[in-house]
Design a protein around this ligand. Structure first.
Ligand code: NAD
Length: 314
């Protein structure tokens, strides 16, 4: 298959692009390099430096590459930035996505896989783990913008028979991860511990999140190439992990013996969320395979290797 991966210079989608290539697919990456890096783009992928807010540029790429599938990850993914600048967030995540969807429709793209967020569309959940039946109640502009696109996809399905699958991601972590993303705490703690400093935990550290290693979400994208048409699915482990536990695990890997620093909680932070992925299990045959401890070790090893390389070249 020919697959266009938007956001493929970023953390998650660069792994997804690697995964598609390993499966024998022909891949192109579209990214404006705002938070992504050219070196994350797989060597075997064609690269288009394009902003999804530019409808004509997106259309030129889709018309030139003629993908069978578009895997759409490109987004403004910083929750705090979405609150400071909701217009930019909406332009990137809503208008940008409409540009991608309408171009896919115009050029007869057979399917679009859209990456939404399970961490930001439900708000503070009334029951856990959260299934797709839980009311949508975003508490940040990012959650609103990511969810809005799901409606456009359904509209295109109703009007034109457009094929799509929505994956609502949990807190994804792993090599190349961005400290500003939804699982940024792992990259931040690893970075601080590698410098021998003490990480700061906001609040009591008992906030629960659903951390899933990046190779597991790559598999969900590969499975969605062939299944899940017109479906919206949570991707998650079904278990919550506290920030205190993350700190403990990473401190052990770093051989760091001091307690963490604690600071007042951040306003507007959800206390506990983790996702029920039963739909993804029955529709895609997907479930997590990498244990949290194994994923943390791989991420730690990667962060350490990057730091050593940076120090050696300084
Ligand atoms: N990291 C998580 O835990 C998490 C959780 C839920 C959902 N998601 C979603 O997964 C996707 C990837 O997130 P990530 O964590 O890898 O972030 P990332 O910032 O590493 O990747 C996003 C990529 O999109 C590109 N991009 C941003 N705006 C663009 C634009 N206007 N035009 C073209 N390219 C643009 C960036 O340069 C970057 O390469 C996003 O859609 C995000 O909302 C991530």
């Amino acid at each position: 298959m020919r697959i266009l991966v938007t956001g493929g210079a970023g953390f998650i989608a660069s792994h997804v692009a690697d995964g598609f290539i390993a499966e024998g697919h022909e891949v192109a990456v579209l990214d404006n390099l705002s938070t992504g890096f050219r070196e994350n783009v797989p060597e075997m992928a064609v690269f288009f430096e394009v902003d999804i807010r530019d409808a004509q540029a997106v259309d030129r790429v889709v018309s030139a590459f003629r993908p069978d599938v578009i895997d759409h990850h490109a987004a403004q993914m910083d929750v705090r930035k979405s609150l400071l600048d909701p217009v930019f967030d909406a332009q990137s995540n809503i208008v940008g996505s409409i540009n991608v969807i309408s171009s896919a429709h115009k050029h007869g793209v057979k399917k679009l896989i859209y990456i939404s967020t399970g961490g930001a569309v439900y708000g503070e959940p009334s029951n856990l783990p959260v299934s797709e039946q839980h009311p949508i109640h975003p508490e940040c502009a990012y959650g609103i913008s990511k969810h809005t696109v799901e409606h456009y996809l359904e509209l295109y399905r109703l009007l034109y028979g457009f094929r799509y699958t929505v994956l609502r991601y949990p807190n994804v972590f792993g090599p190349r991860q961005n400290p500003h993303g939804e699982a940024g705490v792992i990259a931040i703690f690893a970075g601080v511990l590698l410098e021998g400093r003490t990480p700061t935990i906001y609040g009591d550290g008992e906030q629960l999140r659903d951390y899933v290693y990046v190779s597991d979400v790559v598999r969900a994208n590969i499975l969605a190439l062939e299944a899940g048409d017109g479906e919206i699915m949570n991707i998650g482990s079904g278990a919550g992990t506290s920030v205190n536990t993350l700190f403990k695990e990473l401190a052990q890997l770093a051989d760091f013996r001091d307690p963490a620093n604690y600071a007042p909680p951040r306003t507007g932070e959800i206390q506990a969320i983790y996702l029920d992925a039963a739909r993804a299990a029955s529709i895609l045959g997907w479930k997590t395979e990498v244990r949290l401890a194994d994923g943390l070790r791989k991420t730690w090893d990667w962060c350490r290797a990057v730091r050593e390389k940076t120090l050696a070249s300084a």
